[in-house]
Design a protein around this ligand. Structure first.
Ligand SMILES: Cc1cc2nc3c(=O)[nH]c(=O)nc-3n(C[C@H](O)[C@H](O)[C@H](O)COP(=O)(O)O)c2cc1C
Length: 314
């Protein structure tokens, strides 16, 4: 089907880990690809453990996962790429989007977007050694969204699998609107597969983006899909209505998510905190979600939490 829409689940550190991805894939459909949150080197020159474990094939019974690295030198990039290759991955993604000042000031994530020479030098060094496909996930710039005007035409010289563009600049963090005009302007500048990312939270919002950019048929969704895991299905069906079994499915999803966490850790307090963080997102797609979020925040333990969920989703 030439004009089918391809939908990707965005990586969100601390949220879309392998427990979440497993629960998501067990219950919901219509996700073409899952992106794992980034791997990064620690100050002692080793890879951070959590993200390393997150991408282990034993934790990922899915073929559709794309792991991600964040690096600002070819050496660090290759350590992580070699690790991912050894696990059997044949495609990785380079994070040029992380906006946090602590990260960006070290030329990591979006912090490298206003230093194109450094960016291209890393690609020049890495690509000849990389026996895997490479995609990039980027902001449109660091200080403002104009960096992309310089970067995109030059990226045409490199064999990239895709370019995922979060239509903001790094300095915006997650605030302010996406720059749709800039995104529209850069579409003709690239020969690569272009994936739109940013603020799609409803089917109506998806239609708006599709109308703005009819030539785009790859979309990445993050926070909107955590809030409403049915969003991918509803987009594919072009339906604003939740299916009748919405609550049943969500309960099944929450059960798997919790079970997976309980199996991997004895620290129920931490798991409860984790569930509370999820509910900050989940709350957004329910009419009385904020009440529920407040109740979850007051839960004293897992039993309490389960009762709260059962009552809410009855
Ligand atoms: C808490 C949080 C963690 C994130 N972690 C990552 C990450 O590990 N890698 C990445 O490329 N983007 C990360 N992002 C950015 C998202 O992947 C996505 O680009 C952004 O949220 C915009 O898409 P959305 O509006 O559909 O959520 C993160 C965003 C948030 C809010």
């Amino acid at each position: 089907m030439a004009d089918r829409n391809y939908l990707y689940l965005a990586p969100l550190q601390s949220f879309t880990d392998h427990h979440f991805r497993f629960a998501f894939q067990s219950v919901y459909g219509d996700v073409d690809r899952f992106y794992a949150p980034y791997l990064k080197m620690a100050h002692d020159g080793t890879m951070k453990e959590g993200p390393k474990i997150d991408v282990l094939p034993t934790n990922n019974p899915i073929e559709t996962i794309v792991p991600q690295v964040m690096a600002c030198s070819a050496e660090e990039f290759m350590v992580m790429a070699d690790y991912l290759k050894s696990l059997g991955y044949d495609e990785i993604n380079w994070n040029l989007g992380c906006p946090y000042p602590m990260v960006a000031k070290r030329d990591l994530g979006s912090g490298i977007l206003n230093k194109p020479d450094k960016l291209f030098s890393i690609l020049d060094n890495v690509l000849p050694k990389l026996d895997m496909k490479l995609g990039i996930k980027m902001r449109m710039g660091y200080e403002d969204t104009s960096d992309i005007l310089t970067i995109l035409p030059k990226l045409n010289d490199y064999p990239l699998s895709e370019l995922i563009v979060h239509a903001r600049c790094g300095k915006q963090l997650y605030n302010g609107p996406c720059d749709y005009d800039r995104f529209k302007d850069v579409i003709p500048l690239t020969k690569h597969k272009l994936v739109f990312n940013g603020d799609i939270t409803t089917v109506e919002g998806f239609r708006t983006v599709k109308e703005l950019f009819p030539e785009i048929n790859h979309f990445m969704i993050g926070r909107g899909a955590i809030a409403n895991p049915l969003l991918f299905e509803m987009i594919q069906e072009d339906s604003d209505e939740f299916p009748e079994e919405r609550n049943e499915l969500f309960k099944e999803f929450l059960t798997i998510l919790l079970e997976r966490h309980l199996l991997s850790s004895n620290n129920q307090g931490n798991i409860l905190i984790k569930m509370t963080h999820y509910w900050e997102y989940f709350a957004a797609s329910f009419e009385n979600g904020q009440d529920m979020y407040r109740k979850v925040k007051r839960c004293k333990g897992i039993e309490d939490y389960l009762f709260c969920v059962d009552t809410f989703l009855m």
